[in-house]
Design a protein around this ligand. Sequence first.
Ligand SMILES: [Fe+2]
Ligand SMILES: [Fe+2]
Length: 170
Amino acid sequence: MNSALDKQVISLLNEQIWLENNASFYYLYLSNQFGENGYNGISKFFLEQSNEEREHMLKIMEYMLDQDSQPLIPNYNFMEDLDEEFDILSHFQNSLYNERQVTESINKIVTKCKEINDVNTENFMQWFVIEQREEETKFKSIIDDLKIIGDSGSGLYELNKQLGTLPTEE
Ligand SMILES: [Fe+2]
Ligand SMILES: [Fe+2]
């Protein structure tokens, strides 16, 4: 029989749900931005990122429900406050910054779990720890490529094509 989670863990998991939801909306926003500017491959890449972030949110909700704890459904997204000028490099840099904040939040949950000896949640969060390492590496390597590409049209053409044909993650 599952028991309810610790109060502090519940509130940290709800914060995590909030962050995953924000990330999902942010990447959806970027998908539209790139689409509007004709980068259909990069647009597709960010749509896929957005869907993944939503999956992360749902994963945490499912875990909380399994543990007889109530997840909070985010009722607000910060998109209304967002006004970023279209800039390919800075969109990716902001994405990496966003991923690092998510990683920090996940580490906070793991630390709390260790402190109160919540082995289940700690174990559940390991998937996210690995996922975040992959996400950060992915964005970092695209940023590295963009720095090499600079203003080269053919470089951007290639990157757009490459990101549009990345295999879908499972
Ligand atoms: Fe995520
Ligand atoms: Fe992510």
